[in-house]
Write a protein that binds this ligand. Sequence first.
Ligand SMILES: Cc1cc2nc3c(=O)[nH]c(=O)nc-3n(C[C@H](O)[C@H](O)[C@H](O)COP(=O)(O)OP(=O)(O)OC[C@H]3O[C@@H](n4cnc5c(N)ncnc54)[C@H](O)[C@@H]3O)c2cc1C
Ligand SMILES: NC(=O)c1ccc[n+]([C@@H]2O[C@H](COP(=O)([O-])OP(=O)(O)OC[C@H]3O[C@@H](n4cnc5c(N)ncnc54)[C@H](O)[C@@H]3O)[C@@H](O)[C@H]2O)c1
Length: 177
Amino acid sequence: MRFRSVLGHFCTGVTVVTGMSGGGPVGFACQSFAALSLDPPLVLFCPQRTSGSWAAMSSAGAFCVNVLAEDQRDLSAVFGRAGADKFAGVSWSPSSTGAPVLDGALTWVDCRVTTVHEAGDHFVVIGEVVELGPERDARPLLFYRGRYAAQADLDPRGWSGEVLDTLLTWQRQSEWS
Ligand SMILES: Cc1cc2nc3c(=O)[nH]c(=O)nc-3n(C[C@H](O)[C@H](O)[C@H](O)COP(=O)(O)OP(=O)(O)OC[C@H]3O[C@@H](n4cnc5c(N)ncnc54)[C@H](O)[C@@H]3O)c2cc1C
Ligand SMILES: NC(=O)c1ccc[n+]([C@@H]2O[C@H](COP(=O)([O-])OP(=O)(O)OC[C@H]3O[C@@H](n4cnc5c(N)ncnc54)[C@H](O)[C@@H]3O)[C@@H](O)[C@H]2O)c1
């Protein structure tokens, strides 16, 4: 679809937006995250209207945006599709709002929901920042043209699925130069 093809050229980081439901922790991979306001400090993200995870966390009125590091691609895959228990085997601790902070995140932003706007087949959720996480010294996970990417892929002359597959198998930071 042309919309996805064109919009896929807008390279972003990847986050996992987490929260607590009555039944435990919930979360989903989310690309549509942005800083919104400095005074007051606000951020936004956009869940699909059909998202069960958003529905489950919204009643708590809080969420945590976990910014993923490049070595967390597997975590993004787990949280990027519907699943009964995405947190099985995932280490986390509660933020001050109670939302899960995922171990190994590049950094995180803990928020209370202030406003939810309806927009097409998504919601725009705005949150006031309650707490900011520490900053891990690591590279970010990127999403580009429908795939996870490495910084070296961003030159379109060098981009190919084959090269990307190789890059995605790299494990050590020393191989990135
Ligand atoms: C790189 C990337 C970026 C993405 N960016 C976005 C984005 O910006 N916006 C977006 O919307 N999607 C985005 N997605 C897609 C999104 O991650 C998936 O659609 C999402 O994981 C679907 O998950 P869901 O939990 O909402 O699924 P659903 O099937 O809707 O919900 C099922 C989950 O909801 C929870 N749940 C439901 N009801 C309850 C309940 N009563 N109590 C407790 N838990 C309950 C359970 O944990 C269950 O696992 C992205 C995916 C990828 C890979
Ligand atoms: N904003 C979103 O809701 C969003 C963003 C990215 C991926 N996804 C979902 O994650 C899954 C994996 O994606 P993929 O690897 O096939 O990438 P893709 O090729 O579908 O995505 C390419 C680009 O299209 C846009 N996009 C894709 N689905 C969208 C949606 N439902 N609403 C708004 N924009 C959307 C995003 O900008 C994305 O970077 C798909 O089910 C996709 O729908 C959803």
